[in-house]
Design a protein around this ligand. Structure first.
Ligand code: ZN
Length: 443
């Protein structure tokens, strides 16, 4: 007798797609049987032709609580995540107050999040000038690694590091470092303007190229593992390829907006499209897709970074003054599946990019895969269903998203977190700790 069995003609396992019955007890997958196997279960769900995916793992989410909860909080962010098929998030260390730059701040954040999380939640720590001494303790408390900015972060309490300060942080702790790679030398202050092209020109691809080179050089010297966050500029890809070939432990992610939105199509004043680094042109996006296909970019994560409509300057449409950040944690799966399918990729590819690989990045061996022994984080998904994005219908705290009005393919149905349906009542999410020693799991 098991707690739950979920049957589907299309179950996505690490080995590929098959008809199967996934048996769950105590929140874990205990067996994967033939689709029509006789299994005695307290609950037996048959999805038929609908797909069963492993819950997505989104390693790049800005929740902003405590301190800026009006931008987004744990209750809303994790409810939105679950509705979008995401069952694990890792929260970024900044935009909340205090930022997660020492062990005390992590405790404050966890106290704020406690009892509110509808999915499992892990935490990144932050590396800022002067806190190298705090990093080992924070790492020992279970953060998955450390985020550093090489350019202004947008908030004063989380200043950027230069190459020497990044090296100092890397020397202080054997951890994974995740880097916002834009070089301030190549950035200009954008003049007040409602034209997206003016904002784009202030953050050229050269800025990413230079900062990726810096991050790689420092990681190479320190012998540390470095991950390039939200890569937008495809021109930096050859640097990453070369460094990997030379044995530097460097990986990169990109985001749905860089893959599916086109700078040339952004209307005047549409500040919901503003993020840093910026969305570039469609030829650039084509190169990002090629890098995903060949494995140079390992994963796709949201960089969900919302704020209030007022801070997005929805009234004036001024790109220079608007907060830079895109809200999409609930929409990443259908947005990427819609575009991936048009480009000839499979749903297995999407699962690899958005579930298994991000789990591997964070060393979460029990997440992001439908396999015996893994957590029963499961998502029912209609690959051919369609819907029109209604920003007000999303669970995000603020109804601001560049995908509003888009017709997308792929509808998330039931989401199970460790074998229990996520309903929006009774949050059951847990805090996740880094499970394994740094460097023992590579992707
Ligand atoms: Zn971010």
């Amino acid at each position: 007798m098991v707690d739950l069995v979920v049957r589907s003609r299309r179950v996505f396992t690490p080995e590929g797609e098959r008809a199967a019955a996934v048996a769950v007890t105590g929140g874990r997958i205990v067996a994967i049987h033939a689709y029509d196997a006789e299994v005695t279960a307290a609950e037996d769900v048959d999805l038929g032709a609908d797909a069963l995916l492993p819950g997505l793992v989104d390693t790049h989410v800005h929740v902003n609580e405590p301190g800026r909860t009006e931008w987004e909080g744990f209750a809303t962010a994790t409810r939105a995540a679950a509705a979008g098929g995401v069952t694990t998030i890792i929260d970024m260390p900044l935009n909340s107050l205090p930022p997660t730059v020492n062990a005390e701040a992590l405790k404050i954040k966890q106290a704020a999040a406690a009892g509110q999380c509808h999915v499992d939640v892990g935490f990144w720590g932050g590396a800022i000038p002067g806190n190298a001494g705090d990093l080992p303790g924070l790492h020992a408390d279970g953060v998955f690694g450390f985020k550093a900015f090489l350019a202004d972060s947008g908030v004063p309490e989380f200043p950027p590091v230069d190459a020497d300060q990044l090296a100092e942080a890397m020397d202080a702790v054997d951890a994974l470092f995740v880097v916002h790679a834009e070089d301030p030398e190549h950035l200009r202050d954008a003049a007040s303007s409602a034209a997206y092209t003016d904002f784009l020109a202030s953050r050229p691809a050269d800025a990413e190229h230079a900062a990726v080179a810096t991050a790689i050089a420092v990681a190479r010297e320190a012998g540390r593992r470095v991950h390039i966050l939200h890569l937008s500029a495809a021109s930096a890809l050859p640097l990453i390829a070369r460094a990997r070939a030379e044995g530097v432990r460097v990986t990169a992610e990109t985001c749905p907006h860089y893959l599916t939105l086109d700078a040339g199509q952004i209307p005047d004043g549409a500040t919901e499209f503003k993020c840093c680094p910026p969305i570039r042109d469609s030829a650039n996006a084509d190169q990002l897709w090629a890098a995903l296909a060949d494995g140079l970019i390992t994963c796709v994560v949201s960089d969900h970074s919302p704020c209030t409509p007022e801070l997005k300057r929805q009234d004036t449409g001024d790109f220079a003054a608007a907060w830079g950040g895109i809200a999409s944690v609930q929409l990443g799966l259908p947005v990427i599946w819609t575009a991936a399918r048009e480009r000839g990729h499979t749903l297995s590819d999407v699962v690899k990019w958005m579930s298994r690989r991000p789990a591997d990045l964070a060393g979460l061996r029990e997440k992001g895969r439908i396999a015996v022994g893994a957590d029963a984080d499961l998502v029912a998904f209609q690959p051919d269903g369609e819907f029109t994005v209604d920003a007000h219908a999303l669970h995000h705290r603020n109804p601001v998203t560049p995908y509003a009005g888009r017709v997308v393919t792929g509808v998330v149905g039931t989401t199970w977190l460790r074998g229990s349906r996520v309903t929006g009542d009774a949050p059951r999410g847990r805090f996740l700790r880094r499970e394994i020693a740094t460097g023992t799991k590579e992707i």
